[in-house]
Design a protein around this ligand. Structure first.
Ligand SMILES: C[S@@+](CC[C@H](N)C(=O)[O-])C[C@H]1O[C@@H](n2cnc3c(N)ncnc32)[C@H](O)[C@@H]1O
Length: 261
């Protein structure tokens, strides 16, 4: 059974709505072509999918699937004018479609699964002959902040990574994706650096760097005995002050990995 941190619904809907292909999956752009049929697995609210829809154009289309109901409901409302975007509430391990796809994309999803190779085998099943898979994901172990954030948040972050590892999630999945692609039987494997670097003064700097207070809003790690509620609240309080007063930059390490049938 895969696990996901239970974040506050509205909070994460807003976070995902702020994403775009151009800022959050830019390495994918060169392989998108008009007329393509694309499947976006774990599309969130469909914010990145709607930008893919614009590139594949009216001759192409994109289907986004996600197993979180409120993300799909929100996306259906927000992007209802995008005619070649279809959003479906479904789990990737249960979803099927008689029509096959030229490209299956999945951004920041496999990091949450304890069976990423099985997911990739599923992705293969959705492909047309000659189709491609693209996965974008993190190495959470290499996240860096300048200057260092408060000790309370460093502690929270270390606990978060331990909680994830205990649930079978790979904290450096970006590095292992090429091996997983090969295990799933995908060929022509290519790796692209896709780090996210946020610098003070840029648009959305505060909201991007504040992602960790949003993660800490969840009480799940408290309920599971990983951290005290006081320590969690202290991490949020100290980190929010740091974000607004001291933060200069944050780098999240990601890789995009592609493979084909
Ligand atoms: C971090 S979000 C990424 C959203 C979007 N792809 C992006 O990059 O902004 C991960 C998403 O994967 C979805 N997800 C996790 N496991 C899934 C599964 N088994 N089937 C479908 N969606 C899943 C979650 O509901 C969540 O919306």
């Amino acid at each position: 059974m895969n696990k996901d941190i239970k974040r506050d619904g509205n909070n994460s809907t807003k976070l995902f709505d702020n994403r775009s292909l151009q800022t959050d999956y830019a390495t994918l752009i060169p392989i998108l072509k008009p007329g393509m049929r694309v499947l976006d697995v774990g599309c969130g609210t469909g914010a990145i999918s709607k930008d893919i829809a614009a590139i594949v154009g009216p001759q192409g289309s994109i289907t986004g699937i996600d197993n979180t109901t409120h993300f799909i409901e929100s996306g259906k409302e927000t992007y209802k004018a995008v005619k070649n975007l279809e959003l479906i509430h479904a789990d990737v391990f249960e979803y099927d479609n008689p029509e096959k796809f030229d490209l299956v994309v999945s951004a920041r999803v496999l990091q949450w699964l304890n069976n990423p190779v099985e997911a990739l085998i599923r992705f293969k099943h959705f492909l047309k002959p000659g189709g491609q898979v693209s996965v974008l994901d993190y190495n959470h172990e290499l996240l860096s902040w300048t200057p260092a954030p408060p000790e309370s948040m460093l502690q929270f972050y270390a606990t978060f990574l331990r909680w994830r590892a205990d649930a079978g999630m790979n904290n450096h999945i970006a590095e292992d994706l090429p091996t997983y692609f090969a295990e799933a039987g995908l060929k022509n494997i290519q790796v692209f650096n896709a780090n996210e670097v946020y610098k003070k003064g840029e648009d959305n700097f505060i909201s991007r760097v504040a992602i960790w207070s949003k993660v800490a809003v969840s009480t799940q790690m408290v309920e599971e005995g990983y951290i005290s509620n006081d320590d969690r609240l202290k991490a949020i309080e100290d980190y929010d002050i740091w974000v607004n007063n001291k933060a200069e930059s944050m780098t999240m390490v990601l890789k995009e990995v592609r493979g084909s049938l």
